[in-house]
Design a protein around this ligand. Structure first.
Ligand code: SAH
Length: 470
């Protein structure tokens, strides 16, 4: 993030705009929303600028900006539509200590002006670091449509009630109160009876909030999916947003953790297959401690929580502690891996069943029904199998598996850095080493990817995430 968004207090400050043509008009439409004193310098002003000046909304000086004109200004916009003139006034602005923006010139600007959704006092600023103004406009249009025009009015009334709302228990109680107000009930009251009805509604909601007993602690064991936030369920998203405490393992993608509230306590439990890990008892104790304190706990587990996720151990501990829990299923790594390679996990005439197996378990490399897996047409999704590759190959070939049985390896399925390798049982260990697979990977045994290819690195562009996988 090169540009950090902040909200600048412009009440009674000076803004100087150099230029009085169309380019300046576009900026002025935004600047006129502020409480700043605006002065525009430029010859041949656009008619609307003259009108604004006539209505005393800004001061107009019909000559080019010069030394001294920017003194005391907080912001200076160079909007002359003329590179040399912009550079000249930008120098004057900087020397005068103003923050300078040269319209449409990122490099020459000290700040950029975002696209704005205005529901004053709620203001949403959208920036793309100058990379995609069209995208910013699309997001703006989307938000304009979604946020009721009454939002600003509700926020203003809400503001006057903040002090009274202190009577509600801090934390969840007060948060739920405001959340009810802003997610529908306030708006409905406004439409029915205007400001008075909104204030009455706030009183009723407050009585409710004070009288209801606090929700007891609860744990949601949530499948976070393979990494792409779009592959989260709607329920996972909602619970994550509501959680007071989020516990996640190392595989949880940062974009998913972003969905938690800013005040939420976020704890990484750092359980990995081989690396340093917390003991399961430590994790259980921590979950229970937070739930006992009344927290809504989101226990995030990668993929589906019930797939190699040590789910039962956590549930047993929660039951023993008498804490309520629920499971939210997620998309397991094998499903995501198969989908991005154009494979289906089962296929009529090829494999009518598929096994989900692990390459290693508590005892080390895991033993399975190798004879059955070695049969022609057998299919398996192998988790935690990269380090066990040579072992797997040995066991399977010893039991008669064909050396050329296809294996598709998908590392970081659904993430921007996804990598896919099409190989065979015989070449598996060597190809894994050659490809430098060291992230989480699933081995799809007995499944050839639809299009053969050795290895492809996806562009790190989430919008085109699924383009050209193989
Ligand atoms: N509960 C998880 C699996 C946890 S075990 C699920 O349902 O997916 C951890 C193993 O899952 C990793 O070693 C790897 O084999 C697999 N895995 C998890 N996320 C993955 C991803 N994005 N791409 C490929 N494999 C992944």
């Amino acid at each position: 993030m090169r540009h950090f968004p902040i909200f600048l207090d412009l009440a009674d400050r000076q803004i100087v705009v150099s230029g009085a043509g169309d380019c300046a008009v576009a900026k002025l439409r935004l600047l006129l929303k502020t409480e700043a004193a605006i002065t525009v310098f430029g010859r041949d002003p656009a008619p609307v600028i003259r009108q604004w000046a006539g209505a005393n909304r800004l001061s107009l000086v019909e000559r080019p900006l010069d030394q001294g004109d920017a003194d005391g200004a907080t912001l200076l916009y160079a909007a002359n539509d003329d590179e040399n003139e912009d550079a000249r006034v930008a120098r004057i602005g900087r020397a005068a200590g103003a923050l300078v923006n040269v319209v449409d010139d990122l490099e020459a600007s000290q700040f950029i002006t975002p696209a704005i959704v205005d529901r004053d006092p709620v203001t949403i600023a959208i920036g793309t670091e100058g990379a995609a103004p069209v995208l910013a406009r699309a997001i703006k249009a989307d938000l304009e449509e979604r946020l009721p025009a009454s939002l600003g009015r509700l926020a203003r009334i809400g503001q006057t009630f903040r002090e009274r709302a202190m009577a509600i228990r801090a934390g969840r109680g007060r948060r739920d109160f405001w959340s009810r107000f802003y997610s529908g009930e306030g708006d409905a009251a406004l439409r029915e009876g205007g400001d008075a009805a909104v204030l009455a509604k706030l009183e009723t909601l407050m009585t409710d909030a004070i009288e209801t007993r606090p929700r007891p602690g609860h744990v949601a064991l949530i499948g976070a999916g393979p990494g792409d936030p779009d592959l989260l369920t709607v329920k996972a998203r909602r619970l994550l947003h509501e959680a007071d405490v989020v516990l996640h393992d190392r595989l949880a993608a940062p974009e998913i953790l972003e969905l938690a509230r800013r005040e939420a306590i976020i704890i990484e439990t750092g359980k990995t297959g081989f690396g340093p890990s917390w003991s399961q008892d430590d994790i259980n104790a921590l979950i229970i401690e937070h739930a006992r304190n009344g927290a809504q706990v989101a226990r995030l587990k990668s993929g589906d929580p019930g797939m190699f996720g040590r789910l039962d151990e956590e549930i047993d501990a929660l039951d023993a502690a008498g804490i309520s829990w629920e499971i939210v299923p997620g998309i397991t790594a094998a499903a995501a891996a198969a989908s991005t390679t154009g494979l289906s996990l089962t296929k009529r005439g090829r494999n009518s069943s598929v096994r989900f197996i692990t390459g290693h378990d508590v005892e080390g490399f895991a033993e399975h029904d190798w004879r059955d897996l070695a049969r022609p047409g057998a299919g398996a999704a192998i988790y935690m199998g990269v380090r066990a590759a040579a072992f797997l190959r040995g066991r399977l070939m010893m039991h008669g598996a064909a050396p050329d049985t296809p294996v598709t390896v998908v590392e970081n399925a659904s993430r921007a850095n996804q990598k896919t390798i099409a190989t065979t049982l015989l070449a598996l260990p060597d190809d894994l080493a050659a490809a430098g697979i060291n992230g989480p990977a699933v081995l799809l045994y007995g499944m050839a990817a639809r299009k053969a290819a050795k290895q492809v690195q996806l562009a790190a562009d989430p919008i085109h995430e699924n383009a050209g996988v193989l």
